[in-house]
Design a protein around this ligand. Structure first.
Ligand SMILES: [Zn+2]
Ligand SMILES: [Zn+2]
Length: 578
């Protein structure tokens, strides 16, 4: 969107927020207005109703009042008044009085439409009649100044668009986003849950753990192919280590600490320092480089409870971390291979829209400019060699080095940052990492951090929402379910089940005595890719009818044909079938 269009959209939504405030004041005289900002996809207004609370059922009434006020087509007039005048106007509203006190200068802005005015810096549509395509979305609670020790307020969210079509498209998108929220899918498919006994840490149920393991299995096989070696390091390490790594200075607010036998420990928020200890456990020769050490490690980060969001934002999660220790000359080929692997991985997982960003030095960086330049140039030249277009995100790098980020676009148009490749000249320095060169001299290796999926938890959330719960065949926790038309086919159904299971296909039998239509419905609700229907004819011919999730059917398939079909839709790394 162009800058001009963005400004116009902002003005429209900002004016719609005033319109909402106006409607609230007319409907509920005595309402105390506070603030009503524009958001990424609409606007909200925080207020204190004169009595009781506003609920979802009141939204249609409020919206109706908004339409009525809009139809009066009153010009929206922006004026500057003295603070004195504004204080008199808001003498009964302590929130606005506090806001007025916080504004610099002797005057404040007021936006007026008819007899309604609101404290405002300006930026509106011309007249209330220009606000045509809007919708109130939901009600939530909030606190004055977002401080839970201050007054509890009510918040109404809404959105507005310049055209009816744009509004309808957005509402459809929102409906999908709510319908396919991973927390909802997780519950429907019985994959995971959250319990008050461990806030922000997922409990995996059998099918969820199976899905988790499949992703881990897949990344392991990819890493084995690329010459990685897997290690494991402790979850709890001495606090002193985190001082050395720099995490204590830059990250301690997000870490968990504990005391054991009068010694201070920290729960690891990252795998990197542990990995360097494995590297330095014995002398290293140039012949061992590049040394690729991978760790699929459980991490804990203390996120504020307000930002926790299903699997997308958790406090305990597992990461597919990898560290390459290499010489400066090896940076380019190493990064190049990882870039190619990343693109292939995302494609296997069903993401074909991948973009790449190069993040440069942030403000709170450690180390000097020359090192940063050297690292950034190496990443840029690898991307050029891979023939990949990328954008530059100035100042978005981690505190210890520049990085390449992989951004995937999901089926609902949202962009997620997943994989990263990051050069780090500093950790080898801090941990005194060394290797002996071909000339017998001691030198410092370069460390490259890389993650493919990042947090498995977060990736699972993205994956479930992207596929709307209909995971690709090779990732489905249950790939096939055998359905019997009558109980007479039980021995044959059992045979189909045994053979497929023997070939490593994740299969189960519908043991219910429901009619076939009920069995199909149940399998569809569980998003099982293959329904294998067996009746009299199938049992007699040693075949099955394959019914797909979308209802499409293939008749007379032999079990061998099924096994071959399964093989074909599974990435080579995961074909441990038959
Ligand atoms: Zn305004
Ligand atoms: Zn790392």
């Amino acid at each position: 969107m162009k800058k001009q269009e963005l400004q116009e959209l902002h003005n429209l939504r900002h004016s719609a927020a005033h319109l909402l405030a106006h409607a609230l004041c007319e409907l509920y005289p005595g309402t105390l207005l506070t603030l009503g900002p524009v958001t990424d996809d609409g606007f909200f207004y925080d207020f204190l109703p004169p009595q009781g609370t506003i609920s979802e059922t009141d939204l249609s009434v409020i919206e109706e009042k908004m339409r009525e006020i809009a139809a009066r087509n009153m010009p929206i007039v922006q004026k500057e008044v003295s603070k004195e005048e504004a204080r008199e106007f808001y003498k009964d509203n302590p929130f606005k009085l506090e806001l007025i006190d916080g504004i610099e200068g002797d005057t404040v802005g007021l936006s007026c439409q008819g007899d309604f005015c609101d404290l405002c810096r300006g930026g509106h549509v011309v007249s209330t009649g220009d606000i045509k395509h809007f919708k109130l979305l939901y009600v939530a609670g909030s606190y004055w100044r977002a401080d839970k020790d201050k007054e509890a307020l009510q918040r109404v969210y809404g959105t507005a668009f310049p055209t009816k079509q744009a509004l309808d498209e957005y509402l459809k998108w929102r409906e999908d986003a709510l319908k396919y929220d991973h927390r909802r899918i997780g519950k429907e498919l019985d994959l995971f849950s959250f319990q008050p006994e461990a806030v922000g840490a997922p409990f995996y149920h059998p099918k969820g753990k199976r899905l988790f393991n499949l992703l881990v299995d897949y990344t392991r096989r990819i890493m084995e192919r690329d010459g990685w070696q897997e290690i494991a390091t402790p979850v709890m390490l001495s606090e002193e280590l985190w001082h050395r790594s720099g995490h204590y200075d830059h990250y301690r607010d997000n870490m968990y600490f504990c005391d054991v036998d009068e010694k201070k420990y920290a729960i690891k928020p990252m795998n990197c320092p542990g990995s360097t200890l494995v590297y330095s456990s014995r002398p290293r020769s140039y012949r061992e480089l590049p040394l690729r050490l991978a760790e699929i490690g459980l991490l804990h980060r203390h996120e504020l409870s307000g930002v926790l969001h299903g699997l997308l934002r958790v406090r305990a999660f597992t990461m597919d971390d990898g560290h390459i220790f290499c010489t400066p000359d090896q940076i380019e080929p190493e990064v190049l291979r990882e870039i190619k692997t990343m693109i292939k991985t995302m494609c296997d997982l069903g993401f074909d829209k991948v973009s790449v960003a190069l993040s440069t030095k942030p403000e709170n960086a450690m180390g000097d400019d020359a090192l940063w330049h050297k690292a950034t140039d190496a990443l840029a030249s690898s991307l050029k060699k891979a023939g990949i277009e990328y954008t530059v995100q100035e100042g978005e790098g981690a505190f210890y080095g520049p990085k390449i980020e992989f951004l995937i676009q999901d089926s609902m148009g949202r962009v997620w940052q997943c994989g990263t490749i990051q050069i780090d000249f500093f950790m080898p320095e801090n941990f005194g990492l060394e290797y002996v060169t071909s000339k017998g001299i001691t030198a410092r290796p370069v460390m490259i951090h890389r993650a493919m999926l990042g947090s498995f938890e977060r990736f699972l959330a993205i994956l479930l929402e992207h596929h709307k719960g209909r995971l690709p065949f090779w990732l489905a926790p249950v790939q096939a379910r055998v359905l019997m038309i009558t109980d007479e086919q039980r021995p044959y159904a059992q045979k189909v089940y045994e053979v497929l299971k023997g070939h490593g296909i994740r299969v189960e039998i519908d043991e219910s005595s429901d009619p076939i239509s009920g069995q199909i419905k149940a399998a569809q609700l569980q998003q099982i890719p293959w329904m294998l229907v067996v009746g009299k004819k199938e049992a007699a011919n040693n075949t099955v009818t394959l019914r797909h999730r979308d209802g499409e059917q293939e008749f007379g398939l032999t079990i061998e044909q099924l096994v071959e079909k399964a093989r074909q839709v599974t990435p080579p790394e995961m074909r441990h079938i038959g």
